[in-house]
Ligand binder design. Structure first.
Ligand SMILES: [Zn+2]
Length: 119
């Protein structure tokens, strides 16, 4: 069994390695939607894998508080702030604290996104 929780955050970025004239080379923003999936045993007394409130707090503290209403190009250990690299960066922040993490889905706007399930 897996549980998941969805989050939204707003960030600005520019993909500076793109050729001149590409619209994504200019600074612009997205509303991102992150879905965090995890598995684990059910707590036999409560009947859940993890308190959704604890999951929310952990994801915000470890990852999203560093991304929301910020310029992603300022994050030095992310690399080029593409959807793929943002997802990898979030994974690296969350996996040590959430060993049961199985999948991240990151939507950039409504129609595009990235899915990562680990190496
Ligand atoms: Zn963009």
């Amino acid at each position: 069994m897996e549980i998941f929780r969805e989050f939204t955050f707003d960030s600005a970025h520019a993909i500076s390695s793109l050729p001149e004239g590409h619209k994504c080379k200019r600074m612009h923003g997205h509303t991102y939607t992150l879905t965090v999936h995890l598995t684990g045993g059910l707590d036999p007394n409560i009947g859940w894998i993890l308190d959704f409130a604890d999951l929310k707090a952990l994801v915000w503290d470890e990852a999203l508080s560093h991304l929301d209403h910020r310029t992603l190009n300022d994050i030095t250990d992310m690399g080029s702030p593409t959807c793929e690299n943002i997802t990898l960066w979030i994974w690296r922040r969350l996996k040590p604290k959430l060993p049961g993490l199985t999948k991240l889905t990151l939507r950039e706007g409504q129609n595009s996104g990235c899915i990562y399930t680990g190496e």
